[in-house]
Write a protein that binds this ligand. Structure first.
Ligand code: GDP
Length: 444
């Protein structure tokens, strides 16, 4: 079987770096490269206890610590050893290289966690929560990841699976031994169980609307005619959170103009070129792009210039966003206003008046009320898809229950059970599993 090893801390310069080994004999590798300062020999190390000593890398020696985790009480469920050396690129690589020379092979992305999953230490959803936490850029994402990581969703799913197993046992008994199957007494109970599990499934599904936004952030399209003050409003919103304003990042968010944190959730603000009819080819491209941003946004922020009469373009923007979650902000309250321009909020990008209220309004619009990060949310699309299939199989099962199609009913319940099992990983296929662990970094 052998051993795998990797640097588990981020590459770069830091106080300490951790090199991990997992497998059938990591301690025998430690014996060959760690010289404890104290009397205890490496072979006699007590598990879960830090020992100080020299880490001999061949080319050089560092001074650090070594800890042994005994199977099955370790992260992977196998025997593990960690070296804590000084943080630094050459030092950590040197320690790692030495473990390779002594027989370990390089761990692949997420391999430690994959072993933990295969050894039953973690469910698949817990592994996904962990990677979500590691990749988090807001409090909301960390909380949502932690919820999965700590098996909270998995516990709910398991409980639902147990109830389906119970219902299935009765119905199957009825097929095999009609005299012992579903009686009138428990008919209602079983139907009730199926309905209850479906209701619960639908409840979790409905939390995805908010959960998706907590995990991926909220997209806000800023719309309005030229000179209404869109860029100024964007800057005013950003200036409250200068510390987390991020420049344009990567290609997936190529149109992001700014990012703010409201109550632990990321909001991406997209400035647009405006939406109006135009014969100019270049302008049309910009307008098309604005329309696309508008369509993909979670909330539209419409800026009206309160110091001018409303024009055709304002009317167009208002008409196009009709029915979408939107906030109409009348801007430039610091200068004389035209009468009769109504909006949800009256703000001034220049003086900052009501900009804080505007943030609050954006959050409330995106989440249909106050953001409560302590509620349980469904955040992963994979889980959302699995639960939707669970719900539809249960609907079919409820429909055929009690009729002459008991076989069909049991098949539907089994399908529902399997769809739930995809969340824990019990019934997830190899491709999905590989895809999930491919998102991890090496060393986790
Ligand atoms: P955009 O074309 O919609 O992005 O508008 P800009 O943000 O570029 O603003 C257009 C003009 O309006 C600029 O001269 C701004 O200084 C001005 N402006 C924007 N917001 C305010 C405001 O709240 N008060 C006043 N008095 N002027 C503003």
């Amino acid at each position: 079987m052998g051993n795998i090893s990797a640097i588990s801390t981020a590459p770069g310069i830091g106080g300490v770096a951790i090199i991990r080994i997992s497998g059938d004999s990591p301690l025998s590798i430690a014996e060959k490269m760690f010289r404890p300062t104290g009397k205890t020999k490496v072979a006699d190390f007590e598990p879960y206890k830090m020992y100080v000593g020299e880490i001999d890398c061949g080319a050089f020696t560092d001074f650090g610590m070594c800890v042994y985790f005994k199977a099955p009480k370790s992260y992977t469920g196998e025997d593990m050893v960690e070296f804590h050396c000084h943080g630094g690129i050459a030092i950590s690589r040197g320690v790692l290289k030495r473990t390779f020379e002594l027989g370990a092979r390089p761990a692949t992305k997420g391999e430690f966690t994959k072993i933990a999953f295969l050894n039953g230490k973690m469910s698949l959803s817990s592994c996904e929560g962990l990677i979500d936490m590691i990749n988090s850029e807001s409090d909301g994402e960390v909380k949502a990841g932690y919820y999965l990581y700590r098996e909270k969703l998995n516990a709910k799913v398991k409980n639902m699976q147990d109830r389906l197993t119970y219902a299935l046992a009765y119905i199957e008994a009825g097929i095999d031994y009609p005299e012992e199957g579903v009686t009138e007494d428990n008919f209602d109970e079983i139907l009730g169980t199926l309905k209850e599990v479906k209701r619960e499934t639908d409840g979790i599904i409905s939390s995805y609307r908010s959960g998706r936004k907590i995990r991926q952030g909220v997209k806000v399209a800023i719309l309005g005619k030229p000179n209404a003050g869109k860029s100024s409003i964007l800057n005013a919103l950003l200036s409250y959170d200068k510390a987390i304003v991020s420049p344009v990042k990567g290609t997936t968010r190529d149109a992001v103009e700014g990012e703010i944190d409201i109550d632990g959730v990321r909001f991406f603000l997209y400035d647009t070129a405006g939406i109006r009819e135009s014969d100019d080819e270049i302008e049309s491209v910009g307008i098309e792009r604005s329309r696309k941003i508008m369509k993909e946004s979670d909330v539209c922020l419409i800026i009206l210039d309160g110091s001018e009469e409303l024009g055709d373009e304002d009317a167009e923007v208002l008409a196009e966003t009709e029915g979408k979650p939107r906030i109409i902000a009348v801007n430039k309250t610091d200068i004389p206003q035209k009468n009769g321009i109504s909006g949800d909020l009256y703000v001034s990008a220049k003086s900052g008046e009501n900009i804080e209220d505007l943030k609050r309004a954006l959050a409330e619009k995106a989440f249909d009320g106050k953001i409560d990060l302590n509620a349980d949310f469904l955040t992963e699309e994979r889980h959302f898809d699995a639960l939707k299939r669970t719900s539809s199989s249960l609907e079919n099962a409820i429909e055929s229950f009690g009729g002459n199609t008991a076989d069909l009913c049991t098949l539907d319940i089994k399908d529902a059970w399997d769809s739930l099992g995809e969340i824990s990983g019990e019934s997830a296929n190899e491709r999905i599993i590989d895809e999930i662990f491919g998102k991890f970094c090496v060393g986790k």
